[in-house]
Design a protein around this ligand. Structure first.
Ligand SMILES: [Fe+2]
Length: 494
């Protein structure tokens, strides 16, 4: 059966398309936004009908209902559609005032004995920097269970501050830095008008977590490098709450009840894998100078915060006890050590700046014999693959992976400017590969995504790169492939 084409279904009432996310074995979040003709002035309350079905024509409905939206939530619509069966595709659409949205496709998580899971890991989709060709490549794939987005889904900057070098005139609204609730809403709306992003959302469920740019550059619990109260940006708590509210409104994420910021949550792919999503951004202590050796290892400095850290340990312990074969951590920033202990770090915005909590996690894996851990990360606009020993220069053998406790796969940007384009940094990347025995792959000049293919015996991470983001294209090439056999915590070139 042919799915409804998005172009033919484009509608003035649903210009931001549809999306799904946070699939479980029996339910999934469905999302859309209604755009009233006059901004809602004459229609402050909109009732939207939704339907989810087994077929693209939506004839075999399994659930349906009506949900009300208003300007209070920026006319976004979110439904947690239940009563579904595991490991199946479903199709859904919304309708109001005689107009129907595009028909989306989604997928529930598998249950029981599962042979294979396929995820794509992505991050750093900067609208002015280029076309979202990576999203188009993902939309075209038929083999994904879900797309994991580990943050920088939007960028808060005023146009021209970052990523504008493309010359493409992809100018994000509003024409200023996103600071207020209204700003963040408008920024998400700009991104969601992109046809390639819309199509990725329409074809696959997303599992997302934010990084700093959904708030402000180099955010931490109590502020951000790019938050300037003295320049009229108000207080951080207000801005952070606005960013969080817009994120919940616009992203197909299941909301946790209660106060505070709670984006950490987990997903069970039968007995094959648990995906544990972490928020390393909103609850962390402030970044310290890269040369402050005492602060870098201060056990009191938090990155997850005590509650989330205890929750993570519980998740890992119960996953291991349930004999689930793999544990995948979806999180934003580089986990691996790239500078020997006791030295200044290259950046303190990654786990390098929070070494005590990182060591606690590695000690926990060792003490509780938690195995087969795959750490997903992003944020650095480059591609990295690591074995993750506690100390790469002591008690670890790069050739065999002996001493390694996990592996890490760091995804390149979707469109943001690559890290290693200038010659000096390119040289440094060669040096890093020579100096770091646990570093298995480093490429710093391309955009793309990682395809993560998990089976009972091994995990394979494949880097797909796109040739350009300066013109719209669905071309991609497979650039690298690494395999981790179960029980090895070691990446080998496939
Ligand atoms: Fe980024």
């Amino acid at each position: 059966m042919r799915e409804q084409e998005p172009d033919s279904a484009a509608s003035a009432v649903f210009p931001h398309g549809v999306a799904s996310g946070d699939p479980l074995a029996d339910r999934v979040i469905l999302w859309t936004r209604v755009t009233p003709a006059d901004g809602g002035a004459s229609m402050p309350v909109v009732d939207v009908r939704w339907r989810i079905a087994r077929d693209p024509a939506l004839a075999q409905a399994v659930a349906q209902g009506t949900v009300r939206t208003t300007g209070e939530r920026d006319f976004t619509v979110k439904v947690d559609a239940g009563g579904l069966r595991p490991g199946r595709p479903y199709y859904y659409a919304f309708e109001t005032g005689g107009e129907r949205s595009p028909v989306g496709r989604t997928r529930t998580l598998p249950a029981g004995a599962v042979d294979r899971v396929r995820l794509a890991s992505v991050c750093c989709s900067n609208y002015p920097a280029g076309f979202f060709n990576v999203y188009r490549c993902l939309a075209n794939r038929e083999d994904l269970d879900a797309i994991v987005h580990v943050g920088d889904y939007i960028y808060e900057f005023e146009n021209g501050v970052y990523g504008e070098g493309s010359g493409l005139l992809r100018i994000p609204e509003p024409r200023r830095e996103a600071v207020t609730l209204s700003d963040y809403r408008i920024r998400y709306a700009t991104y969601r008008t992109d046809p390639d992003l819309q199509e990725a959302h329409r074809r696959h469920p997303f599992i997302v977590v934010w990084d700093d740019h959904e708030l402000a550059n180099d955010a931490w619990a109590g502020g951000a490098v790019n938050h300037n109260p003295d320049q009229g940006e108000g207080d951080w708590a207000t801005r952070k709450a606005a960013a969080y509210r817009a994120y919940l409104e616009w992203m197909p994420i299941r909301e946790s009840p209660g106060p505070g910021f709670r984006l950490y949550r987990s997903f069970r792919f039968g007995t094959l894998a648990d995906l544990v999503m972490l928020d390393t951004r909103a609850l962390r202590d402030r970044q310290v100078p890269t040369t402050d050796l005492e602060a870098l290892v201060d056990p009191k400095r938090a990155i997850l915060g005590a509650t989330q850290e205890a929750w993570l340990f519980n998740q890992l312990r119960s996953s291991q006890r349930a004999a689930t074969l793999w544990r995948v951590l979806g999180q934003q920033i580089m986990f691996s050590r790239v500078v020997p202990p006791g030295r200044p770090v290259l950046t303190s915005d990654t786990w390098e700046g929070y070494q005590a909590p990182r060591d606690r996690i590695l000690d926990f894996l060792a003490a509780e014999r938690v195995q087969d851990v795959v750490i997903l990360s992003g944020d650095l606009h480059s591609s990295w693959a690591f074995d993750v020993p506690r100390n790469p220069w002591n008690g670890y053998r790069g050739a065999t992976g002996e001493g390694s406790l996990a592996v890490e796969l760091l995804a390149p940007a979707i469109s943001s400017p690559p890290l290693f384009t200038d010659p000096a940094l390119r040289e440094r990347s060669v040096l890093l590969r020579a100096l770091l025995p646990h570093l298995k792959f480093l490429e710093g000049e391309s955009r793309g995504y990682i395809l993560i293919d998990v089976t009972r015996t091994r995990m394979r991470g494949e880097w797909y790169f796109v040739p350009s983001v300066l013109e719209r294209s669905a071309a991609e090439t497979r650039a690298a492939s690494f395999v981790c056999e179960r029980g090895s915590a070691h990446l080998a070139q496939a």
